[in-house]
Write a protein that binds this ligand. Sequence first.
Ligand code: WQD
Length: 336
Amino acid sequence: MSILVTGGAGYIGSHVCVELLAAGEDIVLLDNFSNAERTVADRISELSGRTFPVCDVDLLDREGLGRVFAGHDIESVIHLAGRKAVGESVSLPVLYYHNNITGTLHLCQAMAEAGCHSMVFSSSATVYGANPIVPFREDFALSATSPYGMTKVVIERILTDLAAAEPDWRFCLLRYFNPIGAHPSGLLGERPDGVPNNLLPYIAQVAAGQRTHLTVFGDDYPTRDGTGVRDYLHVVDLALGHLKALAYVRAHAGAEAVNLGTGTGYSVLEIVAAFERASGLKIPYIVAPRRAGDIAVMSADPAKAERLLGWKALRGLDDMCADAWRFASRAAEELN
Ligand code: WQD
């Protein structure tokens, strides 16, 4: 029996695959490689010393997806495949609703046909919307400030309704806060196409000399230094959270939403300082107005993850920045 990892060649997915293989699981990696390089599968094999099937399939290809389940004995699914750029989703809402929601519906249909009823779903803290009350707890009302966020709200509702309608289904809906960092080997990490939307990969590209400076979006927030505060967690901690969630869905029916965060928030300027310590380099920055849609503070109440899954984040900010820098500096060398 294998674990199907959709989006398995992506930033989060590749780290999840490495940890699954290290834990002795058999996996099938599915990706349409629209936002990931095929070489990532080779690096996962190199790191784990194991081989596994790779399926170049788009979740919108219903027949192709059916063939994946017909060709492999899938026990559970870790579903990470989806488009995730907030700004792009505002410009292309139909693309996002179709890709993320129809893709998930296809996946549920193919799973049902194959008698596979357990899934760990990659949700996001973005489902809490612009909630001024922090830390965010799983029983908070959900909302969305972008079409991307709304796809996560809708998919969580689809899976929750499915579990209520058919008791065989078992879901764990993981609400990621801000995953950063990279595998300590330097072989896997975040390599966004084009100009990075997110803070850490942008800082890493400034440190690697690919960008001249960072733009800090707003220093007039009601925070300790005026810049935005987020709950950053190491991508390896996040990946290990998926293994805990997999163990949970193997044993429990229903649909449970769980935050994956540290419970500690850091500001943009605190992240810049941490990255300067890790890299030994100065990160030049300018301050610009706030970015549309941003809120002052996002942080997780991580109590349910510890209580229900037996998971908590172990790696600190210096590890996150050191590992991110190791990957980014290696990737920059490969480019030169
Ligand atoms: C973090 C902080 C910015 C870039 C996003 C998605 C969310 C999730 C994680 C998928 C904020 C500031 C950023 C820059 C900056 N993705 N910043 N200069 O917005 O918290 O969350 O990624 O699920 O859905 O919304 O992360 O890294 O973009 O921003 O000053 O060049 O850094 O204002 O305060 P965010 P981020």
